[in-house]
Ligand binder design. Structure first.
Ligand code: FES
Ligand code: FES
Length: 228
């Protein structure tokens, strides 16, 4: 929500400027009127006003450029080493970047889909060290030296993974948007041994939503691979 919070700096700095301006007016009023009225200018109120004025003035940037904070300067980069689909990548990653954004935006591995971006739909499922994980909830910096497999890395060259074959044979998809996540979860579901019954498969695939309602085909695909 506050990803662009640096924009708040501009109104805050402007506020600081006006505060300093009015405090200075107060300072001179106190100084001159105080003398004119033979009042003591060095009262506690005088001290507070003047010190606040100088503090506010110091907070105001001395150049127009100082009002702007370069978005790039806010980035903290992490030297990430990661294996994706058996290929090693060494790249600097913004510490705020999710694994999903790294895959899609930086590495052009767009097979992994962004559905909700909030851990609700399962479209972004990938494997990290053999376990299924929601890449939209995983910061890239936390998978340093990990082994990531995406839908692009599931096939063996031109030979599709048995789960990919099964999805095609059993009509496990319609529009296909949820399918990469479904397949990655389905492979993990089989590896985890959670295929004892249709109910068990449904339970352990419940984190993957399909708007097209291809659930029957998905369950049949998983059963087919599990029983092969
Ligand atoms: S995009 Fe990650 S769970 Fe929906
Ligand atoms: S096949 Fe369309 S959302 Fe699942």
């Amino acid at each position: 929500m506050f990803r662009n919070y640096y924009l708040l700096i501009i109104p805050l700095k402007a506020l600081g400027f006006f505060f300093a301006f009015f405090s200075f007016i107060s300072y001179f009023e106190n100084l001159f009127l105080g003398y004119a009225m033979k009042d003591k200018p060095h009262s506690r109120r005088f001290f507070l006003k003047t010190s606040m004025a100088f503090a506010a003035w110091a907070a105001v940037p001395s150049t127009a450029k100082g009002f702007y904070v370069d978005k790039e300067e806010l980035k903290m980069m992490y030297p990430l080493k990661i294996s994706i689909n058996k290929k090693i990548y060494n790249l600097p990653a913004d510490t705020r970047t999710t694994l999903l954004d790294l895959l899609r935006e930086k590495l052009d591995l767009t097979g992994t889909k962004k559905g909700c971006d909030h851990g609700q739909c399962g479209a972004c499922t990938v494997h990290i060290n053999g376990e299924r994980v929601l890449s939209c909830l995983t910061l890239a910096a936390t998978v340093h030296e990990a082994e990531v497999t995406t839908i692009e890395g599931l096939a063996n060259g031109d030979q599709l993974h048995p789960m990919q074959e099964a999805f095609m044979e059993c009509d496990g998809f319609q529009c296909g948007y949820c399918t990469p996540g479904q397949i990655m979860s389905a492979v993990a579901c089989v590896n985890e041994g959670r295929t004892g019954s249709v109910e068990e498969i449904k339970e352990f695939m419940s984190g993957n939503l399909c708007r097209c309602g291809a659930y029957n085909g998905i369950v049949q695909s998983i059963l087919k691979v599990a029983q092969a």
